[in-house]
Write a protein that binds this ligand. Structure first.
Ligand code: LFR
Length: 489
């Protein structure tokens, strides 16, 4: 059974072929393309039609290889969306969640509706770019989009609609809007009305594994291909990445490591209580009734943005080069809290790190090596902090940490994470999201029985690199100093 998984990240997208051969998964990258957001005037937007074009290029490559696909599915980053108007067409380009139009809006909405009421209904962490605040920002700006809107679709819903002609809202992504009530199992109409929107725009929510159409005739005619079934999977990439964690034990901690670092544990139902709200943990929906009790950590975004800043200044580094420089820089010279709002939006990240260090009375990293060292050490130490909170909130104790996603190619970060937490790190697979996307397609197609069988198959198909902690005493001291300098309690 050959399937196609589209995995769209905040800076690039891929089409990967998946084959299940004698109980082993084989993955082949067929097509990779950039996903550069575009600044138009004051707004940062996604080039969604270019993404559709690239999805079609992926299908053409399948055709040229003479491959017959059994199914297709898409996953992407969460929270962003587009509206469809009465003529069935997309209204405007989706905004990027890092756009500034939401500045201050979460604070206003929370003031009006109360944080505890929003959290009790949704179980979702408070992040300024959550869909609810993006929508409230559009409402407050009297956006013409809202005058013509008929259907609300998130990024994978939208691309699926372009490919199939059918509109559905996929569950895992719907939960990230902070407008979905996981206890009631439906959109929270009261909340939708409270921000001034119409509940009719929010459509039928489908679960990962549902067949949600097939390639529409116009796409097949354009590309000269046969129709292929399209499935909903955990279309939120983090949902797919966690589905692919090759855990053997039902109680496990994970870190999905890419542009974002998402750390937490899998639970069988949302944990909605005062402590979860106080610690600002989230309960994002996943595949097969699972929930992700996790926290967002700013992640490698800070490093990626530094690299872009240096590039703009005419200095090009690749990531392995930067990691090498970090490795020989002075240890524990300065720390940042990666989750400081200063680091959320695009911009001159090295300057912001310098500003943070100055503000907190630390040595200012003067070149690339010290800056990158500061980022990576601070991330590893923040992971320890969030792992401890995950243990406190879930009442579990974890004997190690699973890391999945592209970020595990940074072996220095994996080792430092192990050193910081004082426990082993099991790193793999790299293609977490795409593999999670695939296993739901195979379960839906009857090739795998359930997520636990799938996790065993993943474990048998991909290497897991083990990192054992070293220099834990030094890291333990650094942890104290990290908390002191950053003010993290
Ligand atoms: C990771 C991710 C996170 C989400 C962020 C914004 O790619 O999907 O889970 O919080 O992007 O959508």
């Amino acid at each position: 059974m050959t399937i196609l998984a589209y995995d769209l990240g905040a800076s690039s997208g891929r089409a990967l072929l998946g084959r299940l051969n004698e109980g082993k998964i084989e993955v082949e990258e067929l097509h990779r393309f950039p996903n550069d957001p575009v600044q138009v005037g004051d707004r940062l937007q996604w080039d969604i039609l270019r993404l559709l074009h690239e999805l079609k290029q992926g299908l053409l490559k399948v055709k040229h290889r003479g491959i017959k696909l059994d199914s297709i599915a898409i996953d992407s980053w969460a929270v962003d969306f587009g509206f469809i108007g009465s003529n069935g067409e997309l209204l405007g380009n989706p905004y990027h969640y890092r756009d500034h139009h939401t500045d201050g809006v979460m604070e206003q909405v929370v003031e009006e509706l109360s944080a505890s009421a929003i959290f009790a209904k949704t179980g979702i962490q408070f992040l300024p770019f959550n869909t609810i605040y993006q929508l409230a920002a559009l409402k407050r700006a009297d956006s013409p989009l809202l005058r013509d809107a008929k259907h609300f679709l998130m990024i994978p819903d939208l691309l699926r609609y372009f490919l199939t002609g059918e509109m559905f809202n996929e569950f895992s992504n719907a939960t990230t809007t902070q407008l979905y009530n996981p206890v009631a199992g439906s959109w929270d109409e009261e909340l939708i009305r409270a921000i001034g929107l119409s509940p009719e725009w929010f459509g039928k929510v489908v679960q990962p594994g549902a067949q949600v159409g097939q390639l529409r005739s116009s796409v097949c005619a354009e590309l000269g291909i046969e129709p292929v079934p399209v499935y909903a999977v955990a279309e939120h990439d983090t949902g797919s990445a966690v589905a692919a964690v090759p855990a053997l034990d039902r109680s496990f901690a994970y870190l999905s490591c890419g542009t974002w670092s998402l750390m937490g544990t899998e639970v069988s139902g949302p944990v909605i209580n005062d402590l979860a709200q106080e610690l600002n943990f989230t309960n994002e929906g996943g595949a097969y009734g699972t929930y992700r009790l996790l926290k967002n950590i700013m992640g490698l975004w800070i490093l990626q943005e530094c690299r872009r800043s240096w590039e703009r200044a005419g200095i090009s580094y690749d990531f392995p080069e930067l990691v090498k420089l970090a490795n020989v820089a002075e240890p524990f010279a300065a720390f940042i809290d990666p989750d400081d709002p200063l680091f959320l939006h695009p911009g001159d990240m090295p300057a912001r790190i310098a500003e943070y260090c100055k503000r907190t009375g630390q040595k200012v990293p003067a070149e690339a090596g010290t800056t990158v060292r500061c980022i990576l050490e601070s991330l590893a130490l923040k992971y320890r902090c969030v792992l401890e909170l995950t243990e406190q909130l879930s009442g579990q104790s974890f004997n190690g940490l699973h890391m999945v996603g592209g970020g595990i190619q940074n072996t220095l970060l994996c080792q430092w994470t192990s050193n910081a937490i004082g426990k082993p790190v099991w790193a793999g697979p790299v293609e977490g999201s795409a593999i999670g996307n695939m296993i739901v397609q195979w379960i839906a197609g009857g090739k795998l029985s359930d997520i636990w069988e799938a996790r065993k198959v993943i474990r048998g198909s991909f290497p897991v690199d083990v990192y054992e902690p070293v220099h834990h005493k030094e890291w333990d001291n650094a942890y104290r100093s990290f908390r002191e300098k950053t003010g993290i309690a």
